[in-house]
Write a protein that binds this ligand. Structure first.
Ligand SMILES: [Zn+2]
Length: 52
């Protein structure tokens, strides 16, 4: 898998904002295992309003 591949779902931000303003991790990137948990730009799941 090419890490430089551009994700159309999240525009490379690893996060997706829905029309209602809800922000959640990009499922497409998650499925690819591209979510970098050491990235300081990615907040805790609770900060994103993402219910596990
Ligand atoms: Zn994505």
């Amino acid at each position: 898998m090419n890490d430089s591949e551009f994700c159309e779902d999240c525009k490379g931000t690893r996060r997706v904002r829905e029309k209602d303003g809800t922000i959640h991790p990009c499922y497409k990137c998650l499925s690819k295992g591209k979510m970098d948990q050491h990235n300081p730009n990615i907040k805790d799941a609770s900060d994103l309003g993402f219910k596990l």
